[in-house]
Design a protein. Structure first.
Length: 763
């Protein structure tokens, strides 16, 4: 059967080229929301499922942060047909992946749900063989102020220690025949203000970027065929809610429901005008066509389609990429801890019987080590539109990060932390509520996060790569990149002056001390992950400045920095020279083997590098690597194995990483270290699979550097100089190798086992 399937795929590839991703099809109804299916677009996500014959969906939009910085859902919608949708052989729930929409049918009735990718609008279209009534119920658990339980506070930016009396404030509702307005309006004072005052920045609040104060978000249900039929109280999954019921005015063969959404910082009247503008622009037939075209182009720009043993990996890669596409046009990046697709938390962990708004690790807190893994793979997939929201996130908070440096230490540069709020300050609880009186006000009093500054460098490199890969105009990001480097130079020169009379060591190098190797190797002297990041980002920034004819004084400034950054550290383990996490460190706090960060994300060592042996020794012999390697959440063994060209180990780790998750939708992983669906699990899985297929070192492109010979695959990926590479492998032979624009054939490196001639390269 495997051989027949491989032959079938090969025939399809040869006849049609890329075939769009396959649908996800369920032939039975779901038990609860944990068996939901993602559907979305633009900046909107829905969890869709059929329970006891009713269609239900949660609705979420990125950027919907309340006063406590919880990422609130817009509510739950329930559609009841008469009679209810029937189980049995005619029932299907299908995600049409290539077109980005969901359709449910029992053979006689069909419910289609889709999101306009260009406007924040949800459409629900119902068709029936016979005219029949229907009911739509809008359900919301924030119909009154809700106390926040002790563990429930993890959904907020107060995390473990929420202030006494803090509540999730109620929403506002305005039902009428044919429509329902629902929204949340933040007060002037929010957790932003509490955090700024806590961190000795209260007198600067008026100068600071604040995304929370007076934020209005929500939407409007438009259902012209329905009449308002009252409200009721009920309980779902042990959470009370209020329902607003709308019934059909008369039986019909067709019903169309529209949900229009808006986010606005200001007055409710201004928000309503924005909502009205969106409503006026709706043209359903045109918008559906445009949305399908957008999704088709999303899949055409890159893909991975494997058969046989690789089929599950490529399928789940594709499904996770779909979820990233659902937020591609947003102002806000996709959150690592569930994105737009969290569901009732009791089905993730029975210890959390809270509202559907709950997730661990907060709604507005963007933990950088986790976030980065969602966005690195978007370079090779060519999804620069989706990458932009994460880069813009840093641009918005740049001023607040620079203010921290100026106020606390009287120097320049932007001080970005690891547990980073959407307003650029350390998370309230992680800053430390019980701080020694003489403790540095710019530091987090936290054993995991102290001196953890360097994750911003990975996002800086993403921006620099986006210019090379996709021709993105990154001129607006250069001040942020430069300021991120300036911080390390100015801050550690300042600390050196406090320790002694010299800013540099005896070799003319800056000393990064105290530093931190991620959250793991603490109070480190010249952590290798930081040294590697500083060197790579600075070198690429210099290349950018020269290519764009920047002022020579600026170029010289960063050339001088490059010369003073510390070198990487090494040590001996059982007679083997390995990369060290730092020169020395005081303690180990977490489980991140940062000695492999020079392999990924910094690509100093790996396939195609003369010095790969020291990295291989590190992988094979370092006791921390052996202890910490894994597949859960942000663990990255599959990436490192692929980047070191270790095919057998890359297969082992990535098969585990991209195996089906524990929920009905196969790309809902977790909860792992974080929450479900675990998006940094999916992002790191994407990276691992991409690295197995293609890597780039200098001018050379390595094709199939860690891919097993017997796995048939067809892929198209992006690399530098706005180049795409499309390859088909069948029965151990490369039958297609297209590089556009064409590269010198000598720069394409294929495995020795391939029988394809390099001359097969076509434009």
């Amino acid at each position: 059967m495997k051989s027949l399937w491989s032959l079938f795929l090969l025939v399809l590839w040869s006849l049609y080229g890329w075939c769009y991703p396959a649908d996800v099809v369920w032939q039975s109804q779901s038990v609860n929301s944990s068996e939901s299916m993602p559907c979305g677009g633009g900046s909107i996500g829905m969890n869709v499922w059929v329970e006891d014959g009713d269609v239900l969906f949660y609705l979420a939009r990125s950027g919907s942060f309340d006063e406590n910085n919880t990422l609130l859902k817009a509510g739950r919608f329930r559609i009841s047909l008469t009679p209810k949708l029937q189980s049995g052989p005619g029932f299907t729930q299908r995600l049409i992946v290539k077109d980005g929409y969901c359709v449910i049918s029992d053979g006689q009735r069909q419910v289609m749900l889709w999101v306009d990718v260009n406007k924040p609008v949800v459409h629900v279209d119902i068709q029936q063989d016979h005219a029949a009534p229907m009911t739509c119920i809008y359900e919301n658990w924030r119909h009154q102020d809700r106390d926040i339980a002790k563990q429930e506070s993890f959904q907020t930016s107060y995390k473990f220690r929420i202030p006494t009396g803090c509540v999730t404030h109620h929403d506002e509702f305005a039902p009428a025949d044919g429509e329902m307005l629902f929204y949340h309006h933040n007060a002037d004072s929010t957790v932003f203000d509490a955090t700024a005052h806590q961190q000795a920045l209260g007198s600067y609040v008026s100068q600071m970027y604040d995304p929370l104060g007076q934020l209005v978000f929500g939407g409007k249900l438009i259902a012209s065929q329905l009449a308002y039929d009252g409200t009721f109280l009920s309980v779902y999954n042990k959470v009370d809610y209020r329902g607003w019921r709308f019934r059909a005015v008369r039986p019909s063969h067709r019903y169309s429901l529209t949900i229009v959404m808006a986010n606005h910082q200001g007055t409710v009247a201004e928000w309503q005008r924005q909502l009205a503008d969106v409503c006026a622009a709706i043209r359903p037939a045109r918008d559906l066509k445009a949305s399908r075209r957008w999704w088709n182009r999303w899949w055409e720009r890159s893909f991975i389609e494997a058969s046989g043993e690789g089929a599950m990996l490529s399928r789940n890669y594709t499904l996770f990429r779909y979820m990233m596409g659902c937020n591609a046009n947003s102002d806000w990046p996709t959150k690592f801890n569930g994105g737009l697709f969290t569901f009732d938390p009791v089905y993730v962990d029975a210890r959390y019987p809270y509202t559907p708004d709950f997730r661990r690790w907060g709604g507005g807190t963007h933990t950088a080590q986790n976030q980065r893994l969602l966005y690195w793979p978007l370079l090779k997939s060519g999804d620069y539109d989706a990458l932009k929201s994460q880069l813009d996130f840093y641009l918005r908070i740049l001023g607040n990060a620079q203010l921290r440096s100026k106020v606390y230490w009287k120097h320049g540069g932007a001080a970005f932390t690891e547990q980073l709020e959407n307003f650029g300050l350390p998370e309230h609880d992680e800053y430390g509520l019980k701080r020694p009186a003489d403790y540095d006000p710019g530091m987090q009093h936290n054993a995991w996060l102290e001196y953890t500054w360097d994750t911003v460098l990975e996002f800086c490199q993403m921006a620099l790569d986006a210019e090379s890969y996709g021709g993105m105009d990154i001129s607006a990001y250069i001040p942020w990149i430069a300021s991120s480097l300036d911080f390390f130079d100015e801050h550690y020169r300042m600390l050196a002056r406090k320790r002694g009379s010299k800013e540099l060591d005896g070799n003319g190098k800056l000393v990064i001390y105290p530093g931190s190797g991620a959250e793991t190797f603490k109070m480190a002297y010249n952590p290798t992950s930081t040294a590697a990041g500083l060197r790579v980002v600075t070198r690429h920034l210099i290349d950018y400045l020269k290519a764009h004819q920047a002022d020579t004084s600026m170029v010289h400034r960063y050339e001088n920095m490059l010369n003073t950054w510390p070198d990487l550290s090494f040590r001996e383990v059982n007679g083997h020279r390995v990369i060290s996490p730092a020169v020395v460190w005081e303690r180990v706090n977490n489980v991140e083997p940062v000695m492999l960060y020079p392999v990924f994300p910094w690509h100093i060592y790996g396939v195609g590098h003369d010095s790969i042996d020291v990295a291989l020794n590190t992988w094979r012999h370092d006791p921390y690597v052996k202890k910490f390697n894994g597949i859960v959440s942000w663990e990255q063994a599959g990436i490192w194995a692929a980047d070191l060209g270790l095919t057998e180990e890359a297969v082992y780790w990535n098969q585990k990483k991209l195996a089906d998750g524990p929920f009905r939708f196969p790309a809902f992983w977790g909860p792992g270290h974080d929450w479900a669906p675990d998006h940094n699990w999916g992002g790191s899985g994407m990276i691992g699979l991409q690295e197995m297929l293609m890597q780039e070192v200098g001018d050379k492109i390595y094709i199939l550097p860690a891919w097993p010979r017997h796995w048939d695959v067809h892929f198209k990926l992006h690399c530098s100089r706005q180049t795409t590479v499309e390859v088909t492998l069948h029965d151990g032979r490369v039958t297609q190798l297209d590089v556009s624009p064409q590269r010198d054939a000598s720069l394409l490196v294929l495995p020795e086992w391939t029988k394809a001639a390099v001359s097969a390269v076509q434009k």
